[in-house]
Design a protein. Structure first.
Lengths: 161, 738
């Protein structure tokens, strides 16, 4: 067991776990952040995508020792809390676009898809369809045929990310 | 969307143990013994064998043939069959325990070919007219054989179930599932529990597509057996490998057509044989086969028809429900065969369909007269027009002529020095019966409830599950419209068998049409009850009514649609209350060097009756279309000795965003009048047309017909070269053991 310090959604965290423990498990089991999903455990489906220092990675392939000192972003960090305690969270532009376009069906790929899209938009990605397809090619969705996901990301891009 | 939705694996139960399944590594064998390594500390582990099953050792389904666990001395019927169960407080102990448990078997000869298997799960025969006379009088007869293999549903959330023992000796399972009452029935039988002791709660479900229709029953039983023995919650969460290796797939099928036509392309006779591979146990195979048999002729008028369908047992993991449920297999064959007939007669694929598609008043092979809501012709014309089908076809004809014989293989369409990529366009048309087949809906006797609670809340109670298709959006929408209240005023009770009635399984594209129809009926009754009592409109008075009268609950029971009847004994009558109709035009690019297919563009025209929610309905068509494109081009299970070889997501490939075509959806609305909202169901339709449209487009591009799915690069190159010997094994076939 080793102590690792990093930030998750800008909050500093400290965990005492074996260094080869998957970042995915640390997020879900140690930090109770279950928004990040496991779909295959071998880096094929992208459901577990999170951002490490702004770059999208499959958290099932990342041992926690590699994120020591890094800044990790997960789906839970996209929306911000409402103004009052019982107000609904304020959605990030991407989440709002997914809602508007129907980009989420069963929702299990959505957290990873949002994070991949977030990284794309943060890098300055625009509404170009082919570029969006490329950006989310590592994230599998079985419900939507991708059409409305691509629409949603383009919508968010046009609205300024 | 914000990461807060709780799927089964996200649920926390303090003190829960982890469960695992010990599975067979034989396709067919006697289970001689389970040896527990004496060197391992078994004191912190729970082991369950068939001896621990309090009720029947049967996974409740159509037949009582599938055991919950194979008993010692019993027969293992397929690879990955559950033999025993383990639970441990942590994953490391569980892993170690698995390695310390050894299965001893003695192998038996296995059967992998559904054509030679003599164990028959179901047989159907449909006949009308005089086949012999029709073939004798025909201008042209074409025969063909078509094969399709397994397809995995590949919901992104793997199967998952958590069982929690309750104080009354019962068990509550929380899981990823489509049909709470299927699981409930299975728990009662296997665990000898009553209605209240067995409780099933659906967690958020990350996709189903049929894959979580019947299979969750066995997982729930396993988790519950472990939880009962351990006296604590047990989590049974499959990883992708286990899910792929063990759970149900789409049935492989072999479909043979012999068709008689006139010179101008009118169908005179169809003689069709369908053989489906059921896998090792019956599961839902008879119902899948039944739908396959009824849809086998396609949406075409034909006076003389014989359809013989059978499903047999093989020593491979059981096949089960998957979007389309038998119809995609047979309609791939029908459509491809019809396209070949059109080619032979020099007719356009569009024209031959115009001449044969069902019109109102036509009679189907079960003797059903199609009275209304018949829109085959309209979806065909709309799809062809929007895609400029004929113009594209003429262009590809010219390109193909230019290429023919210019490559390295004489007379073949292999590449010239100039053109590496050939483009093609293909058309397919299909029908899909909405709701359960035959008398299924009458037997289900579904119930929904609508409550006006004492607190003035309007609550929907159904067992219909949300798995992304939009149940939780359209139900409140339908009820709110019927009550004339805002949609936010209507809530939906959790899918928990302790609260909601059995409104039937969430399958067969029946949710919007059947259950939605019942809900509107319930809403109308609730509305009139309240309005009679208060003298005001429902919207203005329901809160006051609740204060005075307390809770008002309306139960709405399914009643047969007027004039719709089916006789199971003769297999004649109205097979479905209504049919949905779909046409699909696909454009592909085929790489003539590698045989790779890229499906570029799809235009889908679907008649789903009245459209309730356009965005959700489009989402169904787009998603179904991409699953069909995967089925057509890349999705294939390879088997050796009855074992799935590509049982990981790295090797079972599904389409990514780069493989997905641009999809344009056109809705045609031919309402079904026996339900108040006129909806017919949308989920499965797009699955029927995608694959034959893609294969037709490949033929348009290259001049060769692919009769086995998927149209993989290997099959396309073999067909282009005209060399059958280099082609891979037929779909669904198993290599022998090495």
């Amino acid at each position: 067991m080793t102590v690792y310090r990093f930030s998750v959604n800008t909050v500093p965290v400290q965990v005492n776990v074996p260094g080869m423990r998957r970042l995915l498990d640390v997020l879900r089991e140690e930090l109770a952040l279950t928004g990040t999903k496991e779909g295959c455990g071998e880096g094929e489906c992208g459901a577990c995508t999170v951002l490490i220092d702004g770059r999208p990675v499959d958290s099932c392939l990342v041992p926690v020792c590699q994120v020591d000192g890094a800044s990790v972003s997960t789906v839970e960090g996209l929306a911000t809390a409402g103004l009052t305690a019982d107000a609904p969270p304020v959605l990030d532009g991407l989440q709002a676009a997914f809602l508007q376009a129907g980009g989420a069906q069963c929702g299990i790929c959505t957290p990873g898809m949002l994070m991949a899209a977030r990284a794309y938009l943060d890098e300055g990605g625009g509404p170009d369809e082919d570029a969006i397809r490329e950006a989310i090619a590592g994230n599998l969705c079985r419900c939507t045929g991708y059409t409305k996901i691509i629409e949603a990301i383009a919508l968010a891009a046009r609205a300024g990310g | 969307l914000v990461g807060a939705a709780k799927y089964a694996d996200d649920l926390v139960f303090p003190g829960a143990w982890y469960g695992a399944t010990i599975r067979s590594t034989d396709a067919h064998a006697t289970f001689t013994a389970l040896q527990l390594d004496p060197g391992f500390d078994w004191s912190t582990v729970v082991v369950v064998t068939s001896a621990d099953i309090p009720g029947d050792n049967v996974v409740s389904s159509i037949k009582a043939d599938q055991p919950i666990l194979v008993p010692i001395g019993g027969e293992i019927q397929h690879h990955a069959e559950p033999l025993a169960l383990l639970a441990a407080p942590d994953k490391a102990t569980l892993r170690a325990a698995r390695q310390a448990a050894h299965v001893v078997t003695s192998t038996l000869p296995a059967v992998f070919d559904p054509l030679v298997s003599d164990h028959v799960f179901a047989v159907y025969e449909l006949a009308s007219g005089d086949l012999g006379a029709a073939f004798a009088a025909a201008d042209f007869v074409l025969e063909g054989e078509y094969r399709v293999g397994h397809q995995e549903q590949l919901y992104i959330e793997n199967n998952a179930m958590i069982a929690v023992p309750s104080d009354d000796g019962g068990v509550t399972v929380h899981g990823s599932l489509q049909c709470p009452y299927y699981v409930h029935t299975a728990l009662k039988r296997g665990l000898a529990m009553d209605d209240r002791q067995a409780r099933v709660v659906q967690a958020e479900t990350g996709g189903g597509f049929g894959g979580k229709e019947e299979y969750p029953s066995i997982i729930a039983l396993h988790a519950a057996l472990l939880a009962q023995k351990a006296g604590r919650p047990v989590r049974m969460i499959y990883d992708r490998h286990e899910d792929l290796a063990a759970t149900t797939k789409r049935h492989p099928a072999i479909v043979r057509h012999r068709t008689a036509v006139t010179r101008d392309g009118r169908l005179l006779a169809q003689d069709i044989e369908v053989v489906m591979d059921g896998g090792a146990y019956c599961t839902l195979t008879p119902v899948v086969l039944s739908r396959g048999a009824i849809h086998a002729g396609g949406p075409y008028r034909c006076p003389n028809v014989r359809i013989r369908a059978r499903a047999t047992q093989t020593n491979t993991p059981p096949n089960g429900a998957f979007r389309g449920f038998g119809a995609p297999q047979v309609q791939f064959a029908t459509e491809t065969h019809l396209n070949r007939i059109a080619e032979a007669l020099g007719l356009s694929p569009l024209e031959i369909r115009r001449r044969n598609v069902y019109r109102p008043g036509d009679t189907t092979p079960t003797g059903q007269v199609l009275r209304d809501s018949v829109a085959g012709e309209e979806v065909l014309e709309r799809a062809a027009e929007a895609s400029e089908f004929e113009r594209l076809r003429a262009r590809h004809d010219a390109a193909r002529d230019r290429r023919a014989g210019s490559g390295t293989v004489p007379a073949s369409a292999l590449r010239t020095t100039r053109e590496r990529v050939a483009s093609g366009v293909g058309l397919a048309l299909a029908w899909h019966g909405a709701g359960f087949t035959g008398s299924g809906e009458v037997k289900l006797a579904s119930v929904v409830s609508l409550e006006l609670t004492a607190e003035g809340e309007i609550r929907i109670l159904t067992a219909s599950t949300e798995m992304g298709q939009g149940t939780k959006t359209i139900f409140p929408q339908l009820v709110a419209e019927a009550l004339d209240v805002p949609i936010e005023a209507v809530e939906i009770a959790p899918q928990d068998t302790a609260y909601v009635p059995d409104s039937g399984p969430t399958v067969a594209s029946r949710t919007a049409m059947v259950v939605g129809g019942l809900l509107i009926g319930a809403a109308k009754r609730l509305r009139s009850q309240v309005e009679t009592a208060t003298g005001g409109t429902f919207a203005a008075t329901y809160r006051d009514h609740a204060k005075v009268h307390g809770t008002t609950r309306v139960d709405q029971h399914f009643e047969p649609y007027p004039g719709v009847g089916f006789d199971d004994a003769t297999y004649r009558g109205d097979a479905y209350p209504a049919f949905g109709w779909a046409a699909c035009v696909a454009q592909v690019d085929v790489d003539l060097d590698t045989g790779e297919v890229h499906v570029r563009d799809v235009v889908a025209a679907d008649d789903i009756g009245r459209v309730i929610h356009p965005v959700l309905a489009e989402g169904q068509v787009e998603g179904g279309t991409l699953q069909a494109v995967g089925y057509a081009t890349i999705e294939e299970i390879k088997l050796r000795d009855g074992r799935y070889l590509n049982d990981r997501l790295a090797t079972y490939i599904i389409p990514t965003s780069l493989d997905a075509p641009r999809i344009t959806t056109i809705f045609v609305e031919a309402p079904f009048d026996a339900v108040p909202h006129g909806a017919k169901g949308v989920g499965e339709l797009p699955m029927d047309v995608g694959a034959p449209a893609v294969v037709a487009a490949i033929a348009d591009a290259t001049g060769v017909w692919i009769s086995d799915l998927p149209a993989s690069p290997e099959r396309i190159l073999a067909a282009l070269a005209g060399v059958a010997a280099v082609a891979p094994l037929p779909p669904g076939a198993s290599e022998p053991a090495r």
